[in-house]
Design a protein around this ligand. Structure first.
Ligand SMILES: [Zn+2]
Length: 268
C-alpha cells in the first residue's frame, strides 16, 4: 500500500512533467473508484496546472478552475507516458496534456480516489494533524496533544488527527528506534521521549523518501511501474527473530487491530 513516502515520491516524479502544462482532456474508464468520479473534474480541461501539492496521502493537482484531489488507495500508481501509449487493464484515468504526454492512473483494487475541489479544500482533508516533516510536528506539540490520553502510544501516533502519514510499519520502527514500548499510554511519555520519538518518525519517513528518490525516472517510463519501496526494517514482520540491538526475541501483538512488533527488553 502506498504510504506517505510513496505519495511524496509520486508527486516529485510527476511534477516536473505536469506543472505549467495545459490539460487537453480527462478520460475516465470507470465511473467509480472508491467513490463516484465527479463530473466537475471536466472543468479542469483547458486549464494550466499551477502546482501539485501533497496533503497527507492526497495529491492536489491545482488549476485556476479547480483542483483534482487524487488518492492512491491500496494499489494506485501514476505514470507520465506518451499520449499514444495504449491503456491496459486497470488504467482507469488519463489526464491528457496539450504537449503530447499524459498522466495515467492505474489502480487494480480501485480503492483510490479522484475528487474535485474548487479551492483545494475538501472534507477528506479536514481535521488533519500537521505534516510529520514540518516544524509544527514537534515534541512540545505531542506532549500537549497527549496530555491525559490513555490510548496506546502506537495508536496515538497513527491517528491522522494527531499527525498525518505515520503508517503501521513506520510506527513500529520508530517506536523501536526511540526505545518506547508501543503499549505505553500516550499521556505517559516525557518530553524527552517525545523528542526522541518525533525525531525517529521524521528520520524513518525521510529515509524512505530518499530511497524512493532513486525511482523518480520510473514515473516517466513505459515499462516498469513505480513500485512501493521496501524499507530496511529492524522489527516489523520479524516476530521470533533476534532483536538487532540486544539479541532477545522480537515480539508481536495487535494494538487497535494492527500488527505491532517490538523488543520488550529495549523498549520501555
Ligand atoms: Zn532488544
Amino acid at each position: 500500500m502506498p504510504e506517505l513516502p510513496e505519495v511524496e515520491v509520486s508527486r516529485m516524479g510527476i511534477s516536473p512533467h505536469l506543472v505549467g502544462e495545459t490539460i487537453r482532456s480527462l478520460t475516465f474508464r470507470t465511473p467509480k473508484l472508491r467513490w463516484d468520479i465527479p463530473v466537475e473534474l471536466k472543468q479542469l480541461e483547458g486549464q494550466v496546472i499551477r502546482d501539485i501539492r501533497r496533503r497527507a496521502k492526497y495529491l492536489i493537482i491545482e488549476t485556476d478552475a479547480g483542483c483534482a484531489i487524487v488518492h492512491l488507495g491500496m494499489s494506485g500508481s501514476l505514470r507520465v507516458l506518451d499520449a499514444e501509449f495504449p491503456p491496459s487493464k486497470h488504467d482507469h484515468v488519463d489526464l491528457l496534456l496539450t504537449n503530447g504526454k499524459l498522466l495515467r492512473y492505474n489502480d487494480p483494487r480501485r480503492f483510490g480516489a479522484w475528487l474535485f475541489s474548487q479551492d483545494g479544500e475538501h472534507v477528506m482533508l479536514g481535521h488533519m494533524g500537521p505534516e510529520p516533516l514540518t516544524d509544527e510536528f514537534n515534541a512540545e506539540y505531542m506532549l500537549q496533544k497527549a496530555l491525559n490520553k490513555r490510548v496506546a502510544v502506537k495508536q496515538f501516533i497513527m491517528d491522522n488527527k494527531v499527525v498525518v502519514g505515520v503508517g503501521n510499519i513506520y510506527a513500529s520502527e520508530s517506536l523501536f528506534s526511540a526505545k518506547v514500548h508501543p503499549t505505553r499510554t500516550a499521556g505517559s511519555l516525557t518530553l524527552a521521549e517525545w523528542d526522541s520519538l518525533v525525531a525517529e518518525i521524521k528520520q524513518v519517513l525521510t529515509t524512505s523518501i530518499k530511497q524512493g528518490g532513486t525511482t523518480l525516472k520510473d514515473f516517466a517510463q513505459a515499462d516498469g511501474k513505480p513500485g512501493y519501496f521496501a524499507q530496511e526494517l529492524q522489527v516489523y514482520g520479524k516476530a521470533g527473530e533476534p532483536c538487532p540491538n540486544c539479541g532477545e526475541e522480537i515480539e508481536a501483538l495487535k494494538i487497535g487491530q494492527r500488527n505491532t512488533f517490538f523488543c520488550s527488553y529495549c523498549q520501555l
